[in-house]
Design a binder for this molecule. Structure first.
Ligand SMILES: [Fe+2]
Length: 288
């Protein structure tokens, strides 16, 4: 698919847009360079969330990140969801549109858990065809994010990274590379996170995610409710060496802290980011 899109370009460091911080964002002085909005939260007709999103989108580049496409599911693509997504995309012209390498529904029942795929050629073909349909409908390439996982299908005979590369190639889509998710899954399934990074197609990576996990003793749980772990920062550095100064997002979805705590995490990310970027823009209103 032609990657030419109406979307604006994106650079630097972003934060996940959360309703708890609307007022801080609109009244404060220090900000990230862009915000990532959770698409599923803005699909209603009107209301305050959309009003806030409009105000924030006037001041900052935004990206759309969703969990509702259920790209890997055997259910038909949800046409109502797609229609709402396209309306949002057409209205806000986000810099990037993303969803996950997973399924979130079965037999018409939708949930919020991001279930991993069986890593087989057949499953890669299935999800890639659906990604192509979504791209065709939206008129642009989308980004697919690697998820954290805790279980594997007995049928899987490909590695996760080989499966991911196969899907990216087949669908001609882009990659949202979540560094924390690679680390969590690598620990849970005992694979080499650095090797995973090294095998990703650099030309398809357009965004990186950072978030915190919890150590549950038997496994790592991707909670998005804690600071980024030291080992994930180290892996982030590896990613920056490999991919260059990729737009990077700090995600925090549970036990959401004060806006200032997120800005501190962002400052830390910027220290790593700057070491691999010699063209960062001088922005007086930028926090770090
Ligand atoms: Fe993520």
């Amino acid at each position: 698919m032609n990657s030419a899109s109406p979307f604006s370009s994106l650079e630097g460091l972003g934060l996940g847009l959360r309703s708890q911080h609307y007022q801080d964002i609109l009244s404060g002085q220090n900000h990230p360079q862009w915000f990532e909005a959770l698409t599923d939260n803005y699909m209603g007709d009107g209301g305050l969330p959309l009003q806030y999103l409009s105000q924030i989108a006037e001041r900052f580049p935004i990206t759309f990140h969703g969990i509702g496409l259920s790209l890997g599911s055997l259910d038909p693509l949800n046409q109502d969801y797609l229609k709402k997504l396209k309306a949002l995309v057409d209205r806000f012209q986000p810099a990037l549109v993303s969803d996950h390498l997973c399924w979130t529904s079965a037999s018409g029942l939708h949930g919020h858990d991001l279930f991993p795929m069986p890593y087989t050629e057949l499953a890669a073909k299935h999800i890639a065809e659906r990604i192509e349909q979504v791209q065709e409908y939206l008129g642009c390439q989308i980004l697919i994010e690697n998820v954290s996982s805790y279980l594997e299908f007995k049928d899987s005979y490909l590695s996760e990274v080989d499966f991911l590369c196969e899907v990216l190639e087949r669908a001609d889509c882009l990659l949202l590379c979540d560094i924390n998710n690679i680390y969590v899954s690598a620990q849970n399934h005992q694979f080499d996170a650095k090797d995973y990074l090294a095998r990703l197609p650099a030309d398809r990576v357009k965004e990186l995610h950072l978030a915190g996990f919890e150590d549950q003793g038997t496994h790592l749980l991707d909670t998005h409710g804690a600071p980024v772990h030291d080992d994930v920062w180290k892996l982030y550095e590896e990613a920056l060496k490999r991919f260059g100064s990729m737009p990077t997002l700090i995600e925090w979805d549970t036990d959401i802290p004060e806006y200032s705590v997120l800005l501190k995490e962002l400052s830390k990310a910027r220290q790593y980011w700057e070491q691999h970027n010699h063209h960062i823009k001088d922005r007086a209103d930028y926090v770090a």
